[in-house]
Design a protein around this ligand. Structure first.
Ligand code: FES
Length: 227
């Protein structure tokens, strides 16, 4: 019988998921090994903690709403995206992802700029952007907290988890806290149904969260991200 490959030791950092989907303990694969080095969505070198969620758009803590589209490394990534699609329309989603990574949300002005870059009408870009809940249509806090309240999580107390986040951040759904740190949202399935309640904070997954974990988790975020 072949020997089972062991994954890395669980990190001692509190509340951090020890691995992304390709690194569950049975497999010991890096993101680059699975997606390839040329993966067009590759994150900035300093943003690639293995516990980051694989979903896009990638959310940075530092958001720059006035940043130009696109300069420096972002220009390189933008051009690389364009090179992979037969037409500009096909490149729209990854370009919007890149814009949101940089600016933190997709404003009407950003929709217009992306449309102008790609030669697409405002109406088309707006239709696509507003279809996907993953695009923030207004600014969000340093930490965007997305609590899954779909079936598995709901059966395991997701409503209480959501309520605890709102209460402990002093916000209503979708509002940003007065210190600019937190925006709490309710989302449908995060594809982590085996570990309810699943919560995504920026691009990092937190699994098996109960209402009692919330104060400590927020404290951890304040320590990590509060200036
Ligand atoms: S139901 Fe919550 S992650 Fe799927």
């Amino acid at each position: 019988m072949s020997e089972t490959k062991k994954g890395p030791e669980r990190a001692s950092v509190p509340f951090r998921n020890p691995g992304w989907a390709g690194n569950t303990g049975e497999f010991d694969l890096s993101e680059a090994e699975v997606r390839g080095d040329e993966y067009v969505g590759s994150r900035p070198a300093d943003g690639g903690h293995p516990s980051r969620a694989p979903s896009y758009p990638f959310m940075l803590e530092d958001k720059t709403p006035d940043a130009p589209l696109f300069e420096g490394p972002y220009r390189e990534r933008y051009e690389k995206i364009l090179s992979r699609y037969p037409d500009m329309r096909g490149a729209l989603l990854p370009v919007l992802n890149l814009a949101q990574e940089l600016r933190g949300h997709i404003s009407q002005e950003t929709m217009r700029e992306v449309g102008a870059l790609l030669g697409l009408s405002d109406a088309y870009v707006r239709g696509v952007t507003t279809f996907y809940t993953m695009y923030n249509k207004r600014p969000v806090g340093r930490f965007l907290i997305q609590v899954c309240t779909n079936v598995s999580c709901n059966l395991c107390g997701a409503d209480d988890v959501l309520e605890a986040f709102l209460e402990n951040t002093g916000t209503e759904l979708g509002e940003t806290s007065s210190d600019g740190l937190f925006t709490v949202m309710e989302v449908e399935c995060l594809a982590a149904c085996g570990f309810p309640t699943a919560v995504q904070i920026n691009s990092r997954y937190y699994e098996s969260i109960g209402a009692g974990d919330v104060p400590g988790l927020l404290e951890h975020l304040r320590d990590e991200g509060g200036d």
